[in-house]
Design a protein around this ligand. Sequence first.
Ligand code: GMT
Length: 372
Amino acid sequence: MKIGILCHSTYGGSGVVASELGKLLARRGHQVHFITVGYPFRLADFEPNIFIHEVAAFQHPLFKAPPYFLTQVTKTVEVLQQHQLDLLHAHYAVPHSLGAHLARQIAGRQVPVITTLHGTDTSLVGAHEEFYELTRYSLEVSDLVTVVSNFLAKQTRGTFEYQGELPVVYNFVDTEVFRPTDQSLRNQLTPQGEALIVHLSNFRPLKRVLDVLHVFHRVRQQQPARLVMIGDGPELPAAEKLAAELNLTGDILFLGQQDTVAPLLAAADVMLFPSCCESFGLAALEALSCGVPVIATTSGGIPEVILHGEVGFLTGVGQVEEMANYTLLLLKDDLLRQRMSRLAREHASTRFKADRWVERYEQIYQEVLQQT
Ligand code: GMT
């Protein structure tokens, strides 16, 4: 198949899923055309069958900001016509699904548009008054809408009164890349043999990075430990300030945004993932795949990923005391941690193995193509 993928190219779960999907589809023989503003995140190396169509920034004094939506539609029309695409797969309702729909109309080619909702597009962007109708419309005109968890399916039905089918296609992980590794990096990060805790996110308020620090503070009172904070975003300054106030600066590494996160995750004993609303939680899945148990919350789709008491522990949002107790339980009990680590890896490699979900997307493409 010739597949056009519209997605965000910046750091973020939806962009990661879209670029990993494109990469794996290309390896399975499909021709994949990315139509993006900027080079897709995590798509570093050359791959045959992958074509990148970057959307140019159109500058004109009449426009206060470059009208990316319009130039992305123009680029999509061009790619649809020149490469005779079979379908468009849009990640994110607004702007990508809407743009894909507009482009196929302009191009006069009724290729199917498949929209994958990732959560933030409907809960943050789409639920805003300004974008509600656009989001609802983009769902209605899609040939099929997929969601990344049962939680998101339910939320989408509730928010947009959406009646159509909503197949769940979970996030997936490349278990060859995200895998347990030897101890060398861990030894560098914890020269005194301390426990190692990790957090990975885009530091948006919903990730509750300050909870990570409060948990770490409690853990540190009982046992030597270091914390690796991976990512960047609006809450980073507040996190750095709190780390200093709690006198933890010497034990925390704020690494900023990193392209290669697998070895860092694999070096840790436990991941803290205290988000207050999460449709799936890709970063938590990546940790599981590295054999790292995750302490997370019961919010959103997280319980579909983290099985409480098996591959990690779940608490209510903001329950930092309980999170710290679970973290200490894991750090102090080697046998428990090793068992959970093994189960975490097994769980990620069976339920969320990339091939399984890429095949599911392929099946969806074929079904939609047959119906249109
Ligand atoms: O987590 C983020 O803030 C990034 C966000 C995005 O929109 O790129 O991630 C969302 O999509 C991921 C991939 O499907 C999911 O794993 C994340 O759970 C979801 N984030 C939220 O629901 C907050």
